[in-house]
Design a protein around this ligand. Structure first.
Ligand code: SIN
Length: 480
């Protein structure tokens, strides 16, 4: 199969590519602004059609066995891995990340399918010792129903599979709403899901530009029983408010403001490597990217020199070119926001150690900023770009206080060679995930998610399927 054979231009509902929609929009390559594909905008009608198809399909899908569903998920995983190269190419074209990162995301995204194909067979209930002699108490778990997965542009494959795989494994049906910037990867994997054998209506994908209207309908529909969303905290608030009328279950994976603490006993070379991986993945455009690097005053100079050298050697360019480490920013607004962070920091006394400006309207130089302080706007805001600000601290208490001084609580990282400090700090950080001497924590076998304004719910691991299950208690009486 060639890459072009996996490019589709419209929504997929009830097992068919639909003709629904009067308007089209362009999916463009963020590395040069060129159109990759004209896509049919399914509008609000396609949302309704997809909800109805998923609702109908749920009636039979929920009755299938976990083994049956697991077998189809396994085939889907196999097909995604078989077409990893083509999918990675589509991904780089529409979201800009370097091809090697896209290949990594295909494997990462597929791993959730494989994991939940197995995990679906382990959604055990309980037998509870009864409170009286003539009763028997049993707990079973059942699928919640139709699930809407609303997903972002920065991980166009993995953010879908880590919602949809547990939902399908649990016996739910799904409506996927990928963002209009990067719908092509979603359409390609949904095509592969049909070859894998999912019945019509079990997986639907809707594309359109009116995110607000489509999201509102998904939230307010009585037929949709759960929304799983990855994106900004601002949109998370809106979806939660809109879901109130239907008391819908929600999983929200929202923004972050990750601290990366380098203690005085850290292995500095390892810390520099960890900071690069964590800060510059996808040009800094992930929710778990480091936002603030806090360095103990005793090792500040050594760390900043080594980090600056490593960052200055990163190669920026079109993600399809060989050896590129940093691709484009998603759009001109992202470039402008990054520029504003830099000028605000300079006006408040920061020093640019490397980078500091856009290369053109698509790319921004990987940047290290020294002398960062609490007053600079990126201290409170998610950077979502290739800026690494360095802050100085003098004690563990101060580092923990600065690290926790944010509304967010997704990922955090720190480096220390002292075991008791590692435990103390890890327990004190108010975050859903902590990397200890590690800059990359994401994996399908562990729970991904945040606290505070970073949302709630967990994705991946044995915990990740629970959000798609209802608990039912059955009380058998009069057993004599
Ligand atoms: C995200 O940025 O939302 C996801 C990052 C990851 O899964 O590692």
């Amino acid at each position: 199969m060639k890459t072009n054979d996996l490019i589709f231009d419209r929504s997929f509902v009830n097992g068919k590519w639909t003709n629904q929609g009067d308007e089209t929009f362009e999916v463009t390559n963020p590395a040069n602004g060129n159109s990759i594909q004209t896509v049919l905008d399914g509008g609000i009608q396609i949302t309704e059609m997809a909800i109805n198809a998923a609702d109908r399909a749920f009636k039979s899908w929920r009755k299938t066995t976990a083994k049956y569903r697991g077998d189809i998920l396994e085939k889907w995983n196999y097909l995604i891995l078989k077409h990893a190269k083509e999918l990675a190419e589509i991904m780089t074209l529409e979201c800009g990340k370097p091809f090697s990162e896209s290949k990594g995301e295909v494997a990462y995204g597929a791993s959730y399918i494989k994991w939940f194909a197995e995990e679906g067979k382990r959604t055990y209930g309980d037998v509870i010792p009864p409170h009286s002699e003539d009763k028997r108490l049993v707990v079973i778990k059942q699928p919640v129903g139709v699930v809407a997965a609303i997903t972002p542009w920065n991980f166009p494959l993995a953010m879908i599979t880590r919602k949809v795989a547990p939902a399908l494994a649990a016996g739910c049906t799904v409506v996927i709403r990928p963002t209009y910037e990067s719908p092509l990867t979603a359409l390609a994997i949904v095509y592969l899901s049909q070859i894998a054998g999912f019945p019509p209506g079990v997986i639907n994908v809707i594309v359109g530009k009116d995110s607000a209207a489509m999201g509102k309908l998904l939230c307010e529909s009585q037929k949709v029983k759960k929304i799983s969303f990855t994106g900004s905290t601002r949109i998370g608030h809106i979806l939660m408010a809109q879901s109130a009328s239907t008391l819908k279950k929600l999983s929200l994976e929202l923004g972050g403001n990750a601290p990366f603490i380098v203690f005085e006993d850290a292995d500095i070379d390892k810390a520099v490597k960890g900071a690069i991986v964590s800060k510059f993945r996808n040009a800094g455009q992930t929710c778990v990217c480091v936002n603030r690097i806090l360095v103990h005053e005793k090792v500040y100079d050594e760390f900043s020199v080594k980090l600056t050298k490593a960052v200055a050697s990163l190669k920026v360019g079109d993600g399809m070119l060989a050896n590129v480490n940093i691709g484009p920013m998603i759009n001109i607004d992202a470039i402008e926001k990054t520029k504003e962070f830099v000028s605000d920091a300079i006006s408040k006394g920061a020093k640019i150690l490397t980078g500091g400006k856009p290369i053109n309207q698509y790319f921004f130089e990987p940047t290290v900023i020294g002398n960062a302080t609490r007053e600079m706007s990126f201290s409170d805001d998610e950077i979502f770009g290739p800026l690494a600000p360095l802050y100085k601290f003098t004690s563990d208490e101060e580092a923990i206080k600065i690290a926790n001084d944010t509304i967010y609580g997704l990922a955090s990282y720190f480096y220390s060679e002292n075991v008791s400090r590692c435990w103390r700090v890890a327990e004190a950080l108010e975050y859903g995930m902590v990397g200890i001497n590690e800059g990359l924590v994401s994996t399908e076998v562990a729970p991904f998610g945040g606290v505070k304004f970073s949302g709630h719910g967990r994705e991946g691991s044995k915990y990740g399927i629970e959000d798609y299950l209802e608990i039912k208690y059955m009380c058998f009486g009069n057993i004599i």
